[in-house]
Design a protein. Sequence first.
Length: 114
Amino acid sequence: MQSPSGERVFDGSSPGRRRDQTRSDLDRARLWPADDWAKIPIGPICFVLAMIITLPVPLGHVVPGTAICLLALGLMEHDGVVIGVELVAAVLALVDVTVASAGAVNAVHHWFIG
């Protein structure tokens, strides 16, 4: 048994549905590299970030983990802008861990040497 009121609801929303089904400017891939070769450097970057996560630096895993999550989001959504933000976060992760490690080495040096 069909409901005539249900059919009217769907018929009335049909133009809106067609408009929503077309891709808007926000849905399109932004600055997405056209070829697969452009995605090759992402693997080594992710590997380096994963190695940074394994270091015993207090809170040293937060920035690299965020960068890896942004990388995954950018790859899933085909969004080059998010991948660019991820590259900046990767550089920040390297700087963060380098500064924290240098501080730890300096503290140990002064502890034992004086």
